[in-house]
Design a protein around this ligand. Structure first.
Ligand SMILES: Nc1ncnc2c1ncn2[C@@H]1O[C@H](COP(=O)(O)OP(=O)(O)OP(=O)(O)O)[C@@H](O)[C@H]1O
Ligand SMILES: [Mg+2]
Length: 502
């Protein structure tokens, strides 16, 4: 370890009952660098970072911070060593304002009194010096996901973090926001901070990291300087072989209209009109991508289609049948599938096993008189586990103890299991490694070719340009353009995201 090392992890090993999550890992974060950590879903990235942040204890191994051996038992220990972490699932309190969230638990006291003025000044200074522009007085519930992420960053900076750990920060950002985020990271390291960023997006690593470490099945494969590699080399290092060819999509002619949104208006949680007269048809045998910067009404449309939010007016027809008053269960039974955006909130029962979570959709197949056929359930889950490369490959494994990407695979496997006619897929590949993402994209294409109508909500431009037949751009609750995917360029999509359509 040299003076320029911010963190040095040596021989870190962590075993969970059924997997060796970290197997003798050596990792060095140099002072002032952006270090990307990449690897397949379940490779052990989050576990390693949780150990550095004191959320988990390693079974063995040592941690040095700025050259000094340390033991980190909890996040407070980490913080006193100037280590801060932003998790993929933000930990902000919605009913509070930005400034309140940043100050929570860390107020500057003067003679025992909260010195709000001083705190505010510190927050404003931080946000100016790093380009983390946010309105300190907005409520968390009112700001976009990208803004919430800035608040999380400001919070750990406010707490004095010099070593920043960011777990998949860009998964929730649109392309333009990712560019801005890269600039923020650069400013942070220029000022002497050191950053570890977990990501599955190889292009981002090339664009903004200095070095990267590839992990696979708990082991470090390699640490290298980003200037020495390209995305292909990274991908094959990660999965141990060359990445498969691109997703194959045939140009089949779409069939009849299957789902129709007609002049839909809907309010968001605060009672503001978030969806303003959206009309869209999705045909059998097509993937229609609905895209735009997050927070432009997509969430409300998804929820209306999932039967969990009521539209204030308009109608939704499935095969010309009004389905607005359908419950989620009735929607399932009419052949609708739903890959939700937030697997923590809507997708999974964490205490249940993989097989049970998959059977949430098809449980009727397993009812025999008063009994549930768990043996059959587990048996059926095995083939899906194989198809989707779910890890650990054990139908009895509790979903709550799996890595984020593997949880996402469980949801997708479940939703596609019984040949649904209409599929809402919200950010289906978010958090998936490159191999898993292309498998899921291929699966959606297969569903489409089988005749399903798919509404894909995504702002991954590569994804939508590759698999969508048509693309609808949403801005401020309105559809501002619907075009054939082959007629749109990345630049036009970028403009559309900013509300500019020809
Ligand atoms: N609390 C836990 N209990 C039991 N096993 C766990 C727990 N947390 C993680 N694991 C297991 O440890 C392994 C590594 O998980 P980890 O979350 O570190 O992966 P990851 O690289 O972050 O993956 P992803 O890209 O999917 O987020 C996985 O096999 C996971 O099932
Ligand atoms: Mg993870």
């Amino acid at each position: 370890m040299t003076e320029t090392d911010a963190v040095k992890l040596t021989n870190i090993t962590k075993r969970f009952p059924s997997v060796l999550a970290n197997d003798n890992i050596n990792f060095v974060l140099k002072k002032g660098e952006i270090h990307a950590l990449l690897g397949e879903n379940g490779a052990g990235k989050t576990t390693l970072m949780n150990i550095l942040y004191g959320l988990q204890r390693a079974d063995s191994g040592t941690i040095e911070v700025y050259g000094r051996p340390v033991s980190i038992h909890n996040p407070n220990d980490a913080l006193s060593l100037k280590i801060g972490m932003v998790h993929q699932h933000f930990m902000l309190f919605e009913p509070f304002t930005v400034i309140e969230n940043i100050m929570l638990g860390r107020e500057i006291h003067q003679c025992g009194v909260l010195d709000r003025k001083k705190a505010r000044k510190k927050v404003v200074d931080l946000s100016e010096s790093f380009g983390l522009t946010v309105d300190p007085d907005s409520y968390i519930s009112e700001i976009s996901v990208a803004m919430q992420q800035r608040v999380e960053l400001l919070r750990i900076l406010y707490q004095g973090a010099d070593i920043l750990i960011l777990d998949e920060p860009t998964a929730v950002l649109s392309p333009q926001e990712i560019v801005e985020f890269g600039a923020i990271l650069r400013k942070l390291v220029t000022s002497g901070k050191s950053v570890i960023v977990i990501t599955h997006k190889l292009k981002e690593i090339i664009d903004f990291a200095d070095r990267c470490t590839v992990v696979s099945r708990g082991k470090v494969v390699n640490t290298l300087s980003v200037s020495d590699v390209d995305a292909h080399a990274l991908a094959s290092m990660m999965i141990g072989h060359e990445l498969q060819a691109q997703v194959q999509s045939h140009k089949n002619a779409p069939g009849p209209r299957l789902l129709s949104l007609q002049n839909i208006y809907a309010e968001d949680d605060r009672g503001h009109t978030a969806v303003q007269g959206v009309t869209l048809d999705v045909h059998a045998g097509e993937i229609l991508a609905l895209t735009g910067v997050d927070g432009n009404g997509q969430r409300e449309i998804i929820e209306v289609l999932a039967g969990v939010r009521k539209a204030s007016s308009g109608s939704i027809l499935l095969r010309d049948q009004e389905i607005q008053n359908y419950s989620p269960r009735m929607l399932y039974e009419s052949g609708c599938a739903n890959i939700p955006e937030d697997r923590h909130k809507d997708g999974l029962v964490f205490k249940f096993t993989v097989a049970e979570n998959i059977a949430l959709r098809t449980y009727r197949n397993y009812v025999e008189g008063p009994f549930l056929r768990f043996d059959k359930m587990n048996h059926d889950a095995v083939s899906l586990i194989q198809d989707f490369n779910i890890y650990p490959a054990d139908p009895m494994h509790a979903v709550g103890e799996m890595s984020g990407g593997n949880q996402q695979k469980v949801i997708i496997a479940r939703e596609l299991v019984d040949n649904p006619e209409f599929i809402v897929a919200a950010h289906p590949t978010r958090g998936l490694d490159v191999g898993a993402a292309s498998y899921v994209q291929q699966s959606l294409v297969q569903e489409k070719e089988r005749g399903a109508a798919i509404l894909l909500i995504s702002f991954d431009l590569d994804e939508i340009l590759q698999i969508a037949n048509r693309i609808a751009i949403i801005y401020n609750g309105k559809i501002i353009a619907v075009k054939s995917a082959s007629d749109l360029t990345r630049e036009q999509l970028g403009l559309g995201f900013a509300g500019i359509a020809e």
